[in-house]
Write a protein that binds this ligand. Structure first.
Ligand SMILES: Cc1ncc(C[n+]2csc(CCOP(=O)(O)OP(=O)(O)O)c2C)c(N)n1
Ligand SMILES: [Mg+2]
Length: 434
């Protein structure tokens, strides 16, 4: 007898028509936002397991939030990293500097000094506090929204601005998109615009570090949207199989340009819960709580360093501004989301904490903000002496083909000769700077 499943559904038959679910964000422009259903838990409630814990015992941590800073601006519970006031002030200073830097660079793009910029407003803690919990020579594989790592590691602001302006001071010679920094000296791997590629690279680097018997670990940062890329899943598999000394930081800022996190799976489960399927340790953290970010990263770093294994950390945060200077979020999301976000602003929360413990005040904060803005302004002027976008080529055209291969392969040599020839035909005599 024929299997009824093989026959096509007859018109009007009683088998249900199949249907797809297409995720839709809750709020669109103009909508009233209500985040009261977002369960943020309470600061200080979660225990801090031993760093050698079996991932199978960490289920709860993938669904709840590690939080330290409470409504009273005090630090609570076992995850309190108990940092001294000087360290907290340094952390606040780095976060304030990142914000001032973002403001000025964003304006610089609007003034035509660069073609592109990306802010990390609202996410400063996830890079600044997390990188302060690492050793300065641990290798980091960031995405394009971790300028806070470079600032926390003391990378010169002028180098960042030279790169953003692609000017003659740009060590990368204008060959990377603005903000895609690279610094071997600061153990900061070159940023790639191809999403999630940094995740298997970080795992591979960590594996190599272990193979060599080195003591340095690796950490990578990736957006929640990018976790839908295959690379991320390969990274998780390799990390767990080989117990690589690596930290996979997932920044869940709710948005991937105009796609909300639901398209990467947020309607079904948390991003930290990805860890469970791989047998990785997984933590879900309040990404706007600098102390929680620090504590989680330190926990994972200690774990990796002691060969207890890799950790996947989801930072629950919110991208407060547009994706980049090319984006206008008012076209796809409600402006109220930023104001209503239940985890507040990371800079304000750390500032209020320092005030609450009697180690800071509003006057000092204002002075610090002024100093940050002044420092960025001064450095910007300095970098502008090396040129800005629109001043023509800052590096000789002929160098375009250099520095990738030690010896230029014949086919690139041919292309380089042809390109130079075409420019001569177009512009007449060879330009002296070429
Ligand atoms: C492989 C690949 N696909 C698509 C893009 C285009 N793109 C650039 S950023 C971005 C959104 C990424 O969102 P998310 O991972 O959440 O990071 P966020 O920007 O929020 O920090 C997309 C789709 C790209 N650069 N690379
Ligand atoms: Mg995102």
């Amino acid at each position: 007898m024929a299997d009824p499943a093989d026959s096509p559904t007859p018109e009007g038959g009683n088998r249900p028509a199949l249907a797809l679910h297409v995720p839709e964000p809750k709020y669109r422009p103009g909508d009233t936002v209500d985040f009261s259903d977002v369960d943020i838990g309470e600061a200080g409630k979660l225990p801090r397991p031993d760093e050698s814990v079996d991932p199978a015992e960490m289920k709860d941590f993938a669904y709840r939030l590690v939080r330290v800073l409470g409504e009273d601006d005090k630090a609570h519970g076992a995850w309190d990293p108990k940092l001294d006031p000087d360290t907290l002030r340094t952390m606040l200073g780095h976060m304030a500097l990142v914000r001032a830097f973002d403001e000025r660079m964003f304006r610089g793009q609007r003034q035509g000094k660069t073609s592109f910029y990306m802010k990390c407003t609202g996410e400063e803690a996830t890079s600044v506090a997390a990188s302060m919990a690492l050793a300065s020579d641990d290798m980091v594989f960031p995405s394009y929204r971790q300028q806070g790592v470079l600032i926390a590691r003391g990378y010169p602001l002028i180098e960042m601005i030279n790169q953003i302006y692609s000017n003659k001071g740009d060590k990368l010679k204008g060959r990377q998109l603005p903000i895609m920094y690279s610094s071997r000296e600061h153990s900061f791997f070159s940023i790639s615009g191809n999403l999630a590629t940094q995740t298997p690279q970080a795992v591979g680097w960590a594996m190599a570090s272990a193979i060599k018997g080195d003591s340095r670990i690796a950490a990578t940062w990736v957006g929640e949207g990018s976790t839908a890329e295959g690379d991320f899943h390969s990274a998780c598999t390799f990390a767990t199989v080989y117990n690589a000394p690596v930290i996979l930081n997932v920044i869940n800022n709710q948005w991937a340009i105009s796609s909300f996190s639901g398209f990467a799976g947020a309607e079904r489960t948390t991003f930290a819960a990805r860890a469970l399927g791989y047998g990785l340790a997984g933590l879900r953290v309040d990404g706007n709580d600098a102390l929680a970010c620090y504590a989680a990263q330190r926990w994972a770093a200690n774990r990796a360093r002691a060969n207890h294994g890799p950790t996947l950390i989801e930072y629950f945060t919110y991208r407060a501004e547009g994706h980049s200077t090319s984006d206008d979020p008012s076209g796809y999301r409600s402006a109220q989301e930023r104001e209503e976000w239940p985890l507040g602003d990371p800079v304000m929360r750390l500032k209020n904490h320092l005030i609450a413990i009697g180690e800071w005040d509003e006057e000092r904060q204002e002075e610090m903000d002024r100093e940050c803005a002044e420092r960025v302004k001064k450095t910007t002027k300095e970098a502008e002496k090396n040129g800005i976008l629109g001043h023509g080529l800052h590096h000789p055209f002929r160098t375009m083909f250099e520095d990738v291969y030690e010896d230029l392969p014949w086919h690139l040599k041919e292309q380089a000769d042809q390109a130079m020839h075409e420019r001569k035909v177009k512009f007449g005599e060879e330009r002296p700077w070429e």
